[in-house]
Design a protein around this ligand. Structure first.
Ligand SMILES: Cc1cc2nc3c(=O)[nH]c(=O)nc-3n(C[C@H](O)[C@H](O)[C@H](O)COP(=O)(O)OP(=O)(O)OC[C@H]3O[C@@H](n4cnc5c(N)ncnc54)[C@H](O)[C@@H]3O)c2cc1C
Length: 374
């Protein structure tokens, strides 16, 4: 039986429980608490720390490469493409202003898309380059992309014919970002409860009862489900599929020449510098069925393809040592936009962020916290 002290301070009914301590869950809790300082807000996270895509990603602070944006333009029209780019751009600005560039390790070293000579993708981008910049100008107030083929030699890349650069993107330090976000959430009076996996939700007219893996139950007034790629485990009818992304990181490479973030092969591969080594991810397209999983792990096939790219394109002729390999789980919904909705009287969901959660996470959370209030 709980003492009066435990009952009043630690086990009082929360006003809001956020399930999932990733970038979306943590910001959702933060925005709710700021609007309602008297509310008891809890973030429950199944890992000992945040343990989803928010701590596994590549740390690209980016809003979309030319080939991606042109493909979106063709598929969805200018309005939808521009709206998405604006969300990403505003999200990055808000994230940097909320936590600070130093705290998130943002480096303004630029974002790049590279193309082998004479590919269809290059021809398409080259043909429509000026029109794309014109279309994007109202969002950024300046020309976003420029050709910089001379940088190919400076970066030491092989087999690359053309390079587009934007000064407005760059890498950040995902670990620092999440560490400072957790610290901020706790400092602002939110309870972060790790090692707490929710296995079911039961809603009644007056509350939601959460059942944990250890059999304990907790009643709360409102719930925000921010479990992204794991969403189907709690809410199986949500149309979000898990999508694994694999990454590797080399040891420091003497004289490494790449700086900034790079997209290659229509975004199927991405790489950047980090602490003197190369961080490289992608290759999901090699085994879409096998990588549609919420199980973490790496496969020889994809890791070999990543290593081949290191050898042939990124650091040709340079010996390297892989110091770490890992994977993370993204959440993919039916469209490229996340699912942010009120599922019922007391349950809000904000899931399915795809591969752009660093950019849009804070804005998704703002919308989720607004829905909690409605
Ligand atoms: C390999 C990789 C590279 C990426 N690179 C980039 C990039 O460079 N730039 C970019 O913008 N985006 C990138 N992304 C995408 C980005 O990381 C995600 O979109 C973003 O982190 C999603 O945040 P989230 O809070 O929605 O989900 P998550 O960070 O996945 O958070 C969900 C949390 O819920 C917890 N959880 C799940 N189920 C339960 C439960 N039942 N009970 C309690 N807790 C639970 C999980 O442990 C997890 O911590 C990448 C993703 C991956 C996997």
């Amino acid at each position: 039986m709980h003492s009066i002290w435990e009952a009043e301070q630690f086990h009082a009914r929360p006003d809001l429980v956020v399930i999932g301590g990733g970038i979306v869950g943590l910001f959702t809790a933060l925005f709710h608490k700021r609007k309602h300082p008297g509310h008891r807000v809890l973030v429950v996270e199944r890992g000992a720390f945040p343990s989803g895509a928010s701590v596994k990603n590549a740390g690209f602070a980016c809003f979309g490469s030319p080939s991606e944006l042109l493909a979106d333009l063709d598929k969805e029209g200018a309005e939808a493409m521009l709206a998405r780019v604006e969300e990403r751009w505003r999200g990055l600005l808000e994230l940097r202003s909320e936590l600070g560039d130093t705290a998130i390790g943002f480096e303004a070293t630029g974002g790049h898309e590279i193309y082998p000579t004479h590919t269809d993708v290059y021809t398409e981008v080259a043909d429509r380059f000026n029109a794309l910049n014109d279309t994007l100008r109202p969002i950024f107030g300046e020309q976003v992309f420029r050709w910089d083929d001379r940088a190919i030699a400076r970066f030491g890349l092989a087999g690359v014919g053309h390079l587009v650069r934007t000064d407005l993107e760059g890498p950040l330090d995902t670990g620092k970002l999440m560490f400072s976000l957790v610290r901020k959430v706790i400092a602002e009076g939110i309870v972060f409860r790790p090692r707490t996996r929710v296995v079911s939700l039961m809603e009644s007219p007056s509350s939601v009862t959460l059942r944990m893996e250890d059999g304990l139950e907790m009643d709360t007034a409102m719930v925000a489900v921010c479990t992204n790629g794991y969403a189907h485990e709690l809410l199986p009818d949500l149309p979000v599929e898990p999508a694994r992304g694999q990454v590797l990181k080399t040891s420091p490479i003497p004289g490494l020449r790449i700086r900034g973030t790079f997209h290659y092969d229509e975004g199927f591969y991405y790489f950047r510098d980090h602490q003197g080594g190369v961080l490289l991810g992608g290759g999901r397209n090699l085994d879409i069925v096998g990588e549609t999983t919420a199980e973490e792990g790496t496969t020889v096939r994809i890791q070999d393809a990543l290593e081949e790219l290191l050898r042939t394109l990124i650091i040709p002729g340079q010996p390297f040592n892989i110091e770490r390999r890992w994977s993370g789980i993204m959440g993919m919904g039916p469209s490229k936009s996340p699912i942010i909705e009120r599922r019922s009287e007391r349950v809000v969901v904000a899931v399915g962020l795809g591969g752009m959660g660093v950019a849009i996470g804070i804005r998704v959370a703002r919308r989720a916290s607004a829905l909690v209030d409605q």
